[in-house]
Design a protein around this ligand. Structure first.
Ligand code: HPA
Ligand code: ZN
Length: 335
């Protein structure tokens, strides 16, 4: 397959992955069994067969049901460790992981239980495999502003372990403006900000994320291209988009990967990156996203390299580290 070996060899960061979306059915069964939680499927294959989505909401319903199996710190540790093992396989040297505290605190699981399990796995991945990571806490946008405020308050004592806040879940009908005040408070407390916008929602939501939430990156953002002035602004500001090709395909944001606008945006000068979003649900981790996209959009080696360098540029690593990694990307021999 063209470019597969180059993609495997290139170091990269992942900037858009939900830890709850890395929950593979096999691990789900294992944890459900030890926690005495029933899953309404016979085995992992039956679970996978249920993963046929027609939009974002149809996915979210199943995604939240799966996450309900997670109860103890060890569960969050096992989940995160399994994802970081996949990072090692895909040459992801740094990852910025989303987690959804409200999905768990609403079920009576303590915030610390979630965070401690994730942090322990991240620390070990750094020590054992040299993989760096940062954590981004997402607010569920379908829930009221009040719940996001409560979550922010709960997170304040753990500020040192969380680099930023984000916004995910059902986009349409829940614009960024709903969370303007929470994000202002989060920024004041020292959190960086990102937000899902322009996945299913209109370009207006991307403007709101930029102007009201003051984000450092837009998650997805693929619908930005419908607005020429917005696209020009993304280019001028070098505002990163964390694009997730297989997610867009599985959630029917695009009908075929060959129709994806990533290459057009890249050629226009938008700082686009490639990410996996919820790889256990969408059929592939980051390299699979690169491989299928490169094949369907006929990306050349320079474009693949640029996407990897963009992943470092768009990350929250320090500037010196970013340039070291960009030089390493350039040094990888073409195959
Ligand atoms: N969009 C919105 N919310 C999400 C997603 C997504 O792609 N994945 C997990 N939660
Ligand atoms: Zn996402």
């Amino acid at each position: 397959m063209p470019h597969t070996e180059l993609i495997r060899r290139l170091p990269k960061t992942e900037l858009h992955v939900h830890i709850e979306g890395t929950f593979e059915p096999e691990l789900m069964f294992e944890i459900a069994q030890r926690n005495g939680v029933r899953i309404p499927y016979a085995d992992a294959d039956e679970v996978r067969a249920a993963y046929a989505f027609h939009n974002l909401q149809s996915f979210l319903d199943i995604y939240y049901a799966g996450a309900a199996v997670l109860l103890h710190e060890q569960d969050f540790y096992d989940l995160t460790r399994a994802y970081l093992l996949r990072c090692r396989e895909d040459n992801v040297v740094h990852t910025e992981i989303f987690f959804d505290p409200q999905t768990h605190t609403a079920r009576g699981v303590a915030f610390e239980t979630v965070l401690n399990g994730i942090v322990r796995a991240c620390r070990e991945a750094k020590e054992n495999w040299g993989i760096g990571s940062k954590l981004i806490m997402c607010f569920l946008r379908h829930l009221p502003e009040e719940s996001a405020f409560e979550t922010l308050k709960t997170a304040l004592p753990f500020k040192e372990q969380i680099i930023g806040v984000g916004l995910d879940s059902s986009e349409i009908g829940h614009p960024p403006s709903k969370f303007e005040r929470v994000f202002a408070k989060a920024r004041k407390a020292g959190f960086l900000t990102v937000a899902h916008a322009g996945e299913e929602g209109p370009p207006e939501y991307v403007y709101e994320a930029l102007d009201l939430l003051k984000v450092a990156r837009i998650d997805h953002g693929v619908r930005s291209e419908e607005d020429d002035a917005l696209t020009a602004r993304l280019v001028a500001e070098q505002m990163p988009l964390t694009v997730c090709p297989l997610s867009n395909l599985k959630l029917k944001v695009v009908n075929h990967l060959g129709e994806h606008n990533l290459r057009r945006m890249l050629r226009r000068g938008v700082l686009v990156t490639v990410n996996s979003d919820d790889p256990a649900y969408f059929g592939g981790y980051i390299n699979q996203n690169f491989i299928e996209l490169a094949r369907e959009l006929d990306l050349d080696t320079d474009e693949i390299r640029t996407l990897c360098k963009n992943s470092f540029k768009a990350s929250f690593m320090d500037e010196t580290e970013k340039s070291v990694w960009c030089r390493r990307v350039d040094a990888v021999q073409a195959v």
